[in-house]
Write a protein that binds this ligand. Structure first.
Ligand SMILES: [Zn+2]
Length: 294
């Protein structure tokens, strides 16, 4: 049902349906498509990535972009899909503090106001309609400004002590639900002073390094519910296309989740993209860069 010139976004993970397998594996059956037993992923496991002039992807992995939707918004569907999947995992987990159970989550801390942190924030405010306190810590002013705009309470980790700010703003309660979206291992050092006992923790960021794993000791004493998630897993629609990507696309198309405010860098040709990785990424004003060939 796709033809030349049709604009699509792609689920870069190849699952059982991508390979025409029948019956599908138990992970695909349960909607955990990025844990498929026969999984492979474009740009990650050796299959060609999208920074190429041409790339071949199974049609069943492709979701049509609505007419008029700028391509760069389509490019940011996958990061939102990952946040949706992560949030689904949290909501399916057995935890002390939940959104609708007897001990409701009253406060949330998002460590890192980068693209992931800002997507979590909008998800919590605009889709979960969570009305409690959402703290967002970062050291970059622009990111903190966006956090405020999207309904968070910014904490400048540069200017204030995170532990003290959390105790003050939660009136000594500490954090019920912590999302580590910075990929910064320093946060694990602070976690024991941030968390309420038996809180929920999502170690979402990657690339943690430079700290001793012995740090876990004081965190584990608090018996947190740890929820790991990776990728934008989800079930399949009737046409076998990935549900999570369609959900994320709908949220961006309808404007319930805004991604355009944090696209800070744009590249108009493949030969320019090296700048993103070599220099722009470490600039203080960089949040998200997009390659747009339209
Ligand atoms: Zn599978």
């Amino acid at each position: 049902d796709l033809g030349p010139g049709v604009r699509v976004l792609a689920d870069q993970g190849r699952n059982c349906h991508s390979q025409g397998r029948s019956p599908v594996c138990s992970y695909c059956r349960s909607g955990d498509s990025h844990q498929c037993e026969f999984y492979s992923e474009h740009g990650i496991t050796g299959l060609q990535g999208a920074l190429a002039a041409t790339i071949a992807i199974p049609a069943v992995n492709c979701v049509r972009l609505p007419e008029g939707l700028p391509a760069e918004l389509g490019a940011l569907v996958e990061p939102l899909g990952c946040v949706l999947h992560s949030s689904d995992r949290v909501e399916r987990a057995q935890s002390r503090y939940t959104f609708s159970g007897p001990e409701p989550i009253r406060n949330i801390l998002i460590c890192g106001g980068g693209p992931a942190g800002l997507l979590f924030l909008q998800y919590l405010r605009n889709i979960k309609n969570f009305e409690g306190l959402i703290l967002v810590s970062d050291i970059r002013e622009k990111n903190l400004e966006l956090a405020r705009r999207f309904g968070g309470t910014p904490i400048s980790a540069h200017k204030t002590d995170l532990g003290e700010s959390v105790r003050e703003l939660t009136h000594g309660e500490r954090i019920h639900y912590l999302i580590e979206a910075a990929g910064n291992s320093a946060i694990f050092e602070q976690m024991p002073s941030l968390l309420r006992k038996q809180a929920t923790v999502v170690p979402y960021g990657h690339g943690h390094k430079g700290r001793d794993i012995g740090l876990w000791g004081n965190i584990l004493f608090l018996e947190p519910t740890l929820v790991a998630s990776v990728g934008a897993s989800g079930g399949f629609d009737a046409d076998l296309r990935p549900t999570t990507y369609r959900r994320a696309l709908e949220l961006i198309t309808s404007g319930k989740v805004l991604v355009e405010p944090f696209v800070t860098h744009r590249y108009g040709a493949l030969k320019e993209i090296h700048r993103a990785f070599e220099t722009d990424f470490s600039r203080p004003e960089y949040i998200k860069g997009v390659l747009n060939l339209e």
